[in-house]
Every structure is written in structure tokens, then in C-alpha cells.
Design a binder for this molecule. Structure first.
Ligand SMILES: NC(=O)C1=CN([C@@H]2O[C@H](COP(=O)(O)OP(=O)(O)OC[C@H]3O[C@@H](n4cnc5c(N)ncnc54)[C@H](OP(=O)(O)O)[C@@H]3O)[C@@H](O)[C@H]2O)C=CC1
Ligand SMILES: O=C(O)CCC(=O)C(=O)O
Ligand SMILES: [Mg+2]
Length: 410
């Protein structure tokens, strides 16, 4: 029990959640447009839980500080208490947090993923009926990105051009390894490990098997970055052959052994070079289901795929580890709209629906999704969708939440 009558979620030794009827769930409001979208989403999530369970279940929210609000109140951008509280809550949800470009502090979003070891960034990209899209057939886009969340160039190992450290690394490379890097070059390191790759690909394959999805595609740039992205591909295939020998077939096996028909209950494991994957996602989206990617490819791909189903306002996500999960939209703080009660809260709302599914509260999750779809079908939308839609009624972020709540009733 906690002071406010909520109860802690616990995790058993198999990694399964034990969710009480009044779980304490942490939330970080976020910077920029974060407070607007969070307030809107929180109201809808509470209403959906009430509608689904008539008071027998309820989320007890616990605010956790990070970003500008944390700095203003504590002098720290990411207080240790926040990290500790997410560990304690096991499940939390956050708004976007600002990261300065070209200097200043490292990303708080990336730091949270690293310190909590939330190694899989899971971003489902699915079209909601009625949402305007640049695709002729947005309904064909239905993919889940599994992005490695702790390694790659996001590891934060880099030095500015001309710094003592960059010069030292340059000298080492030249003297010890015979590799010359131009003077006045900024230097970054891109670590990709077998361990990090295997746990991500394992999770992606398990997800595809559990959800009956036909394929998992490893998205890499292994022709150029042979020992990082190329290794990601290689380790992914090796993991599948070792741990899922009867459950995965490669494209080669599919053709040579199975005549193009994958056996029942198996997943086809493919790989695509990242640049080609972007055009495949536009031209033949129906051939892709789960995408397993290193960190940077997944970052780029998830925003591009979001555009195919209506934009960043419709793009949910989750950062998942073996114990904790932190849900968040794919997009950032959209600072030019901060405080205007304008942007689309659907991404964080759909992230909330993912969170409800994670808790096993599937009924409430389905209510959220259905009410959102009904609202868009009634052409009640925020500015981002309104500008692509004929005859839409453009509403504010908070009014959109009101409209979704009105449509929650079964
Ligand atoms: N996980 C996180 O917390 C993330 C944080 N960031 C951080 O956010 C800051 C801003 O990044 P930026 O590159 O501008 O990217 P953003 O994702 O914040 O915004 C880019 C554009 O996407 C559209 N958009 C974003 N959110 C919404 C929404 N809820 N509804 C409708 N449209 C939306 C807007 O398009 P339009 O202009 O066409 O209206 C916006 O200008 C940076 O500091 C960055 O580091 C970025 C990504 C993730
Ligand atoms: O941390 C940031 O500021 C950006 C992160 C990002 O773009 C993402 O996670 O998709
Ligand atoms: Mg991104």
C-alpha cells in the first residue's frame, strides 16, 4: 500500500506483472506541448478505465519530475528520485522532454532508457480508420518497430572537434591502428553488441509469434558499417537459428525448401538494407510486419512510418525492459505549439492504450482505441489532421479529449 491508497505493481521471478486493482503508475508531464497532451490523455485514460470497470479498477497516478519542471523545482533535470520511483512503479508513462541540439546536456529520454535498461523501443505503426494519410492505401501499413534502445550512436560516446579527447582518440587511431581521421573532426563511437542485438531480436521474434505476424525484418546498413550494423544482421539470424529453429525460416529457406509458403506457426526472418527499407515501406508496406532495428535506423524509420499513417500526432510507443516499462509518444516537444492547447494528444493517448494492454486491462485499451476512431470518423480532429481533411471540425487538444470521452460508452 502507498499513502494515497494505491498499491505497487510487482514482478514475479518469471518477469510477469502482478497488477493490483489500484496500481500506482508514474507519469512525467514533459516539456513543450507535453503538459497539454498529457492532461488530455490522462483524462481519457481515467474515463476509459471507469467505463470498462465501473470503479472496480482505477489508476492512482504519481507525478514524477523530469526536464524543465524538475529543473525549476529541484535544480536537477533528472532527479535520482524519478529514476528510483519508475523502478518502484514498474510501469510509467511520459510526455516528451527537450534535448538541446549541438551541445548542452545529453538527452533525458535516452538517459532514462539507458539507466533503466529499457532496451526495446516498441512503436506500432497502424492506421486508424478515417485519419488522412499521404498513402493511397494507408490500411496496408501495419508494422511494429522494435528499435534497440541502449546502444549505437545514442551511447553518447563522442567528443567535439579539437577537444583534448578527440585529439587523443585521433592520435591513438593513427599511431596504434594506422587509421587517419582528419584534423578538427568531431568523433563519435557506435557500439553495437551481440548481447544488445540478441535480446532485442529475441523480443521482436517472440512478439511476432505471439501475435501471429508473418515476418520479422532486420533493418541495417551492414554493407557500409560491417562490424556494427552488419553484425546486427548476422547476430539476428544466428539468434533465430539457435533459439527459434522450428519457428523461423529465412527468405532463402522459404524459396528453396518451402516453395514460398511458410509452414504454419512460423515467422519469416528477412533483412533489408536501411535506405531500401524506406522505399519498401512506402511501396510495399503489406510485406512488412515487425521491424527489428539498431537505434538510429529505428529512430528515423519510426517518424517516417508515422507520416504514412497520418503523422507524428498518431504515433504511440513504449520503452520496455525485462522489469520496467516507460510508455511515450514517438514525437518530441513540438515547442512552437507549447501551451497553445493545440496539438494532437492521440500519440500519448495510444501510448496509454499500449500501457493498459501491458497491465492486462485490455477492455479499457480497446475502449480508448474505439472512441478515438469514432471521434476521427466524426471528423472532429486537431489542427494536424484538420489541414489534410475536407469538412473537418478543428478542435483544441483538450476539446479533442472531451470528444473522445463522449464516445467511450460501449
Ligand atoms: N521522446 C522524446 O521525448 C522526444 C523528444 N524530442 C525532442 O523534442 C524537441 C523538438 O523536436 P522536433 O525535431 O521539433 O520534433 P517534434 O516531434 O517535437 O515535432 C516535429 C513536428 O511534428 C509534428 N508534431 C509533433 N508532435 C505532434 C503532435 N502531438 N500533434 C501533431 N503534430 C505533432 C509537428 O509538425 P508541424 O510543424 O507540421 O505541425 C512538429 O512541428 C527536441 O528537443 C527533441 O530532442 C524529439 C523526439 C522524441
Ligand atoms: O531524446 C530526444 O530528444 C530525441 C529522441 C528521439 O527522437 C526518439 O526517441 O525518437
Ligand atoms: Mg525520434
Amino acid at each position: 500500500m502507498t499513502g494515497n491508497q494505491g498499491q505497487w505493481i510487482t514482478v514475479d521471478d518469471q518477469g510477469r506483472l502482478c497488477v493490483p486493482s489500484r496500481p500506482v503508475i508514474g507519469f512525467i508531464e514533459g516539456d513543450g506541448t507535453g503538459p497539454d497532451i498529457w492532461r488530455a490523455a490522462q483524462r481519457v485514460l481515467d474515463a476509459a478505465v471507469r467505463a470498462a470497470y465501473q470503479g472496480s479498477r482505477e489508476i492512482v497516478w504519481k507525478e514524477l519530475l523530469a526536464g524543465e519542471k524538475a529543473f525549476a523545482r529541484t535544480g536537477q533535470w533528472l532527479p535520482d528520485q524519478t529514476v528510483e520511483d519508475i523502478r518502484k512503479c514498474v510501469v510509467a508513462i511520459k510526455g516528451p522532454l527537450t534535448t538541446p541540439v549541438g551541445g548542452g546536456m545529453r538527452s533525458l529520454n535516452v538517459t532514462l532508457r539507458q539507466v533503466l535498461d529499457l532496451y526495446a523501443c516498441v512503436r506500432p505503426v497502424r492506421w486508424v480508420r478515417g485519419v488522412p494519410s499521404p498513402m493511397k492505401h494507408p490500411e496496408r501499413v501495419n508494422m511494429v518497430v522494435f528499435r534497440e534502445n541502449t546502444e549505437d550512436v545514442y551511447a553518447g560516446i563522442e567528443w567535439p572537434a579539437g577537444s583534448r579527447e578527440a585529439e587523443k582518440v585521433r592520435a591513438f587511431l593513427c599511431e596504434e591502428l594506422g587509421v587517419c581521421v582528419r584534423e578538427q573532426a568531431g568523433i563519435g563511437i557506435k557500439p553495437i553488441s551481440r548481447f544488445g542485438t540478441e535480446r532485442l531480436v529475441r523480443r521482436a521474434i517472440r512478439y511476432a509469434l505471439q501475435h501471429g505476424l508473418p515476418s520479422v525484418t532486420l533493418v541495417h546498413k551492414g554493407n557500409i558499417m560491417k562490424y556494427t550494423e552488419g553484425a546486427f544482421r548476422q547476430w539476428g539470424y544466428e539468434l533465430a537459428a539457435r533459439e527459434f529453429p522450428d519457428k523461423t525460416v529465412t527468405e532463402e529457406e522459404l524459396e528453396n525448401r518451402w516453395n514460398g509458403q511458410a509452414p504454419q506457426g512460423t515467422v519469416v526472418l528477412k533483412d533489408r538494407i536501411a535506405d531500401a527499407m524506406f522505399q519498401q515501406a512506402l511501396l510495399r508496406p503489406e510485406e512488412y510486419h515487425v521491424l527489428a532495428t539498431p537505434n538510429l535506423n529505428g529512430d528515423y524509420l519510426s517518424d517516417a512510418l508515422a507520416a504514412q499513417v497520418g503523422g507524428l500526432g498518431m504515433a504511440p510507443g513504449a520503452n520496455i525492459g525485462d522489469r520496467c516499462a516507460l510508455f511515450e509518444a514517438t514525437h518530441g516537444t513540438a515547442p512552437k505549439y507549447a501551451g497553445l492547447d493545440k496539438v494532437n494528444p492521440s500519440s500519448v493517448l495510444l501510448s496509454g492504450a499500449m500501457m493498459l494492454d501491458h497491465l492486462g486491462w485490455n477492455e479499457a485499451a480497446r475502449l480508448v482505441e474505439r472512441a478515438l476512431e469514432r471521434t476521427v470518423s466524426d471528423k472532429i480532429v486537431t489542427y494536424d489532421l484538420a489541414r489534410m481533411m475536407d469538412g473537418a471540425r478543428e478542435v483544441k487538444c483538450s476539446q479533442f479529449a472531451d470528444a473522445v470521452i463522449e464516445r467511450l460508452a460501449p
